[in-house]
Write a protein that binds this ligand. Structure first.
Ligand SMILES: N[C@@H](CCC(=O)N[C@@H](CS)C(=O)NCC(=O)O)C(=O)O
Length: 203
């Protein structure tokens, strides 16, 4: 398999899950400004949507979209218990991935889409905070160690990656103590440390 990624982008979640499972994989960095890969390929030829992540499963077989890639990778190695194989547990993982992808990801993405006016910035921070408040409250009430159950999984990796972006938009994550506690657990995983190191995000 090969993951097309950009350092610190949402593709980091797939990178983390790849490190959790027993599979050989390659990485190819994409320059999201020029849409060229580090090997000089035209990224539009690989993923016509132009964005990361894209996962090459076999030569010529490409999967895109976080909500498809993350469960695909999580179920690839059932021994790791990253995602329930069926039923409500699996539906809950997809529920969280859908929420993170269509709500929180989009709310952070507003900050990366070009310069915002002060008014737009205020509204964009309010939206990020509204969504984080919901997640933090959910975690406070939850009996589980991770978002869905007591096992780390793709939704936790995705939430970790999205909330990393607070650092880049001068957003204060400190009120969200339950999210921070979850982030700290996720950050300790070897899969996360290795992915961050390999994307050049440490130090
Ligand atoms: N719907 C896509 C969105 C992916 C996405 O927004 N990727 C960002 C990085 S986090 C990107 O590549 N942006 C550059 C671009 O859209 O050209 C998914 O969930 O996979």
């Amino acid at each position: 398999m090969k993951l097309y990624y950009s350092p610190g982008a949402c593709s980091l979640a797939a990178h983390i899950i790849l490190n959790e499972i027993n599979v050989d994989f390659d990485l190819e960095r994409v320059d999201l400004k020029t849409h060229k890969t580090e090997k000089g390929a035209d990224y539009y030829e690989i993923n016509p949507k132009g964005y990361v992540p894209a996962l090459e499963i076999n030569p010529g077989l490409i999967l895109t979209e976080n909500v498809a890639i993350l469960p695909f990778l999580a179920q690839y190695d059932p021994k790791q218990d990253l995602i329930p194989p069926s039923g409500m547990g699996r539906a809950k993982v997809l529920e969280w991935l859908g929420y993170l992808n269509s709500e929180l990801h989009d709310a952070y993405a507003v900050f990366f889409g070009g310069k915002l006016t002060e008014d737009e910035k205020t509204k964009a921070y309010a939206e990020v905070n509204r969504l984080l408040k919901f997640i933090d409250h959910y975690l406070a009430e939850s009996e589980y160690d991770y978002l869905v159950d007591d096992n780390f999984g793709p939704a936790d990796a995705y939430l970790f990656v999205l909330t990393n972006w607070s650092n880049h938009i001068e957003h204060d994550l400190s009120p969200y103590i339950n999210i921070i506690a979850l982030r700290n657990k996720v950050a300790e995983r070897q899969s996360v440390q290795i992915a961050m190191r390999d994307e050049g995000l440490l130090g």
